[in-house]
Design a protein around this ligand. Structure first.
Ligand SMILES: [Zn+2]
Length: 276
């Protein structure tokens, strides 16, 4: 069984603030160790039911949050950037299932550290007219590879977001959002056990392939900056909806890859790096 783990940081056990998840933040060094523990719980759960090929993609910010020596050696770590496919780098049709660890709700929702890919630059996104963030886009891109997302961990708003998007996904809420930087956090021993058990239980049940995605999708992104939108119009196939919203049509996963290029353009114009 081949398992792909995409690990973000905002939805990790105990973490609630930018200081916990951004390099240089007061509690970042502790946050990255907490991240490794949630990831390792998922790895243990997968190994326990026979997974023999596990890849962990560090999908947050600089994508060098997980220290290799802190990750369970039964998994292979994909570390650093750039990554052409960002949060789903290394995912292929050969994987049997995808697990999202430490994910967070999309921009505009009252979830812990909620945003969509970039902290300030992306106001909203839609996939085929449906509001989407990192969670929905990860699920849809995995589905395009024929790989189902089977487990997602994060705060309760992230769990609700994936459940509304794909109700077959098992969720583990590691904290309960009170506001964007405030949560009631579950004890770490409890969440790590819950993650391990959820992964084992889900992977030992039959894994159904995801619903076949459409052959063509439309991704629309509303930027804070009209300058970003205007610049992106220079890319063939990109059209405008209004002065700050651009869209493109195509097939996932290629559309996801193009979106990663859009973010690089936005970063170069605004000096705001994506932190996913
Ligand atoms: Zn992140």
């Amino acid at each position: 069984m081949r398992i792909y783990i995409s690990a973000d940081m905002e939805g990790i056990t105990g973490l609630v603030d930018a200081d916990d998840v951004q390099p240089g933040g007061r509690d970042y060094e502790r946050g990255r160790l907490m991240m490794a523990e949630d990831v390792n719980a998922a790895v243990r759960g997968a190994v326990a039911v026979g997974a023999c090929d596990i890849i962990v993609n560090d999908a947050h910010g600089p994508m060098r949050n997980l220290l290799p020596e802190t990750v369970d050696p039964r998994a292979r770590l994909l570390r650093g950037k750039p990554k052409q496919m960002g949060m789903v780098e290394g995912l292929t049709a050969e994987h049997d299932a995808m697990i999202c660890v430490g994910y967070h709700a999309r921009a505009g929702t009252l979830g812990v550290l909620s945003h969509s890919f970039m902290g300030h630059e992306i106001e909203d996104m839609w996939l085929d007219g449906r509001p989407v963030g990192e969670i929905g886009l990860a699920q849809a891109t995995a589905a395009a590879f024929g790989v189902p997302v089977v487990v997602l961990t994060g705060d309760d708003t992230a769990c609700a977001e994936i459940s509304a998007w794909d109700d077959s996904v098992t969720t583990v809420a590691v904290k309960y959002a009170h506001d964007r930087f405030t949560a009631q956090v579950r004890p770490a021993d409890e969440t790590r056990r819950a993650i391990e058990e959820a992964v084992s239980a889900r992977l030992s049940a039959p894994i159904n392939p995801p619903a076949t995605p459409p052959t063509s999708s439309t991704l629309a992104v509303r930027w804070q900056s009209a300058s970003v939108a205007a610049t992106l119009l220079g890319i063939p196939g990109v059209t405008t909806k209004d002065s700050r919203t651009v869209q493109a049509q195509g097939q996932l996963p290629a559309l996801y890859r193009q979106f990663c290029v859009w973010m690089r353009v936005a970063t170069s114009l605004t000096n705001q790096p994506p932190y996913c």
